[in-house]
Design a protein around this ligand. Structure first.
Ligand code: ADP
Length: 457
C-alpha cells in the first residue's frame, strides 16, 4: 500500500524532483571539480616553490663555499641574493655554537650575533638535511624573535638547510623564507572565476527550470483539457443513444395518430400534432448528428468502401430531396456532364449522407432560384458540384464553415434552425473516404460546394 502511494507521489512530482536534483547536482559537480582542480594545481605549484627554494639554497651554498669563514662576504652574498629574488623575503646564515645557533649574516642586520635554540634549526642540523614548513610570519630575518605575524593572508615556505664545504661537511645553517603569494594569488583567481561560472550556471538552471515549470503547467493543463474533452465525447455518446429510443417512440406514435390509426382526430389537434411531429423530426436529426459526431470522434464510424457507380445514388437522392425543394418552390436539377462515369471508391451509405447534408443545406439556405448538381470526371477524380442561388456567405464565415457547431450568424440565418454539425460531419465522412471538399460563395449570390473522390483503379 505504502509502496503504491510512494510510487504515485514520486510519479506526480517527478518534474519537481528532477528540478531539485538538477539544482543540487550541477553546482555540486562544479564545486567538486573546482576544489579538485585547485588542490592538485596548488600542490604542483607548492612543490615547485619548495624546489625553487631548495635550488636557491643550493646556489647560495655554492656561492658561499669560498667564504665560509668570512661573515662579511657572506653578508654581501645574502644581500645580493635578496635583491635578485623578490620572493625570498627572509634570509639568515647561522653558525652552531655549543647547543645554540648564532646568526652571522642576515638580510635583517639586527639579527646578526643573535643566538637561538630554535627547534627547527636543531632538527635540520642533527638530521643533516633540509627541512621546510609553511608559516605566516614575515620579516627579513627568519629568527622567530624578530619575525612579525602580520596576518596579511600571505604564506611563506620556511626552508632550513645545512651549508657544506667542498668536502660535503656541514659548516653553517641557512634559513630562508620564500613567499607563496604568487601561488595563493593564482589559486584565489581560479577560485574566483570558478565561483563566477558557478553563479552563472545556477542562474541559467533556475531560468531553464522556471521556463520548464511553465511548460509543465501547460502540459498538465493540456492533459486536463483532453480529459474533459473525452468526458464530453462520452456524455454526447451516452446522451444521444439514450435520446434515440424515446424520440423514435414519439415520432412513431405521432405519425400513427396523424394517420388516424388511433381513431379520428379534430383539426386543431391535428395542427398541434403536426408541430409535435416536426419538432420530433428536428430532435431526431439532432440526435443523429450527435451520434455521428461521437462515432467519428471515437473512431467508431465504419466505412465500407468499394468501387461504385455513383450515378444511380445521385438520382435516388435527388428524387428524395425533391420533396423539400418543391416545398420551397426551388428548382432542383441533376446535371451529369458525362454519359458514363468511372467507378469511385466510396461507401454508398456515407455518400448518401454527404449528399443529403449538402443538398439539404443548399435548399435550406436558398429562398428562391435553383439548386443544381453537376457531376464531372476530371484528372482521375469524380467531381460533384452542388450550386445554389441562396444567401451565400462572407469570406470570413467561409473560413470557419467546417468547424464543429459553427453557424453563420446573420439576419438571414437567424430563423433557420440547425446544429452547426452537418458540415463538420460531412467533411469527416469525405476525408474518411479519401475525398476532398471545397467551398466557394458570394454573399447574396449563392454558394458552390465541390466534393472530389479519386476514381477507382
Ligand atoms: P447547420 O445545421 O447550421 O446547417 P452546417 O454545419 O450544415 O450546420 O452548416 C454550417 C453553417 O454554414 C450554416 O449554419 C450556414 O450558415 C452555412 N451554410 C451551409 N451551407 C450553406 C449554403 N449552401 N448556403 C449558405 N450558407 C450555408
Amino acid at each position: 500500500m505504502f509502496a503504491v502511494i510512494d510510487k504515485s507521489v514520486i510519479k506526480r512530482n517527478l518534474e519537481v524532483i528532477y528540478a531539485v536534483l538538477l539544482i543540487i547536482f550541477i553546482p555540486a559537480a562544479i564545486i567538486v571539480n573546482t576544489l579538485i582542480f585547485t588542490n592538485s594545481f596548488g600542490s604542483v605549484i607548492n612543490q615547485e616553490l619548495y624546489s625553487k627554494g631548495v635550488a636557491i639554497g643550493d646556489t647560495i651554498n655554492a656561492g658561499l663555499m669560498p667564504f665560509l669563514k668570512q661573515p662579511e662576504s657572506i653578508q654581501t652574498q645574502l644581500e645580493h641574493v635578496g635583491r635578485l629574488n623578490s620572493e625570498v623575503v627572509g634570509l639568515d646564515v647561522l653558525q652552531k655554537e655549543n647547543d645554540e645557533f648564532k646568526v652571522i649574516a642576515s638580510l635583517d642586520r639586527r639579527a646578526i650575533n643573535k643566538t637561538t635554540k630554535y627547534m627547527q634549526y636543531v632538527m635540520a642540523w642533527q638530521e643533516d638535511n633540509s627541512i621546510a614548513y609553511v608559516t605566516a610570519a614575515t620579516g627579513k630575518s627568519t629568527l622567530s624573535e624578530l619575525s612579525e605575524i602580520k596576518n596579511d593572508g600571505i604564506r611563506y615556505w620556511q626552508i632550513i638547510m645545512p651549508i657544506r664545504d667542498q668536502l660535503g661537511q656541514k659548516q653553517l645553517l641557512l634559513s630562508m623564507r620564500v613567499s607563496m603569494k604568487m601561488l595563493d594569488d593564482l589559486t584565489s583567481q581560479v577560485l574566483f572565476r570558478s565561483y563566477g561560472v558557478l553563479a552563472i550556471t545556477v542562474l541559467l538552471i533556475i531560468f531553464v527550470l522556471l521556463n520548464n515549470t511553465r511548460l509543465f503547467a501547460y502540459a498538465s493543463l493540456y492533459k486536463k483539457i483532453k480529459e474533459i474533452d473525452q468526458m464530453k465525447d462520452e456524455f454526447i455518446s451516452v446522451a444521444s443513444h439514450e435520446l434515440r429510443t424515446p424520440v423514435t417512440g414519439i415520432r412513431g406514435f405521432v405519425s400513427m395518430i396523424l394517420a388516424g390509426d388511433m381513431g379520428p382526430i379534430g383539426d386543431k389537434a391535428k395542427q398541434s400534432l403536426q408541430i409535435v411531429q416536426s419538432s420530433a423530426d428536428r430532435l431526431a436529426g439532432l440526435v443523429e448528428d450527435l451520434l455521428n459526431v461521437s462515432r467519428i470522434e471515437q473512431g467508431r464510424l465504419s466505412v465500407d468502401i468499394k468501387p461504385t457507380d455513383i450515378d444511380p445514388i445521385m438520382k435516388s437522392i435527388i428524387a428524395e430531396m425533391k420533396i423539400q425543394s418543391d416545398a420551397k418552390n426551388l428548382l432542383l436539377e441533376y446535371k451529369p456532364q458525362e454519359a458514363k462515369l468511372s467507378l469511385v471508391n466510396i461507401d454508398t451509405e456515407r455518400l448518401k449522407q454527404i449528399l443529403i447534408n449538402l443538398i439539404g443545406n443548399s435548399i435550406k439556405y436558398t429562398e428562391k432560384g435553383k439548386v443544381e448538381i453537376f457531376v464531372e470526371e476530371k484528372d482521375k477524380n469524380i467531381e460533384i458540384k452542388i450550386m445554389d442561388t441562396g444567401i451565400g456567405m462572407s469570406p470570413k464565415a467561409r473560413e470557419r464553415l467546417f468547424e464543429k457547431f459553427y453557424r453563420v450568424q446573420t439576419e438571414q440565418t437567424k430563423n433557420i434552425v440547425g446544429t452547426g454539425l452537418g458540415l463538420w460531419i460531412t467533411k469527416q465522412l469525405i476525408e474518411l473516404q479519401k475525398g476532398k471538399i471545397t467551398v466557394d460563395s458570394i454573399e447574396g449570390v449563392g454558394s458552390q460546394f465541390v466534393v472530389t473522390f479519386p476514381v477507382a483503379k
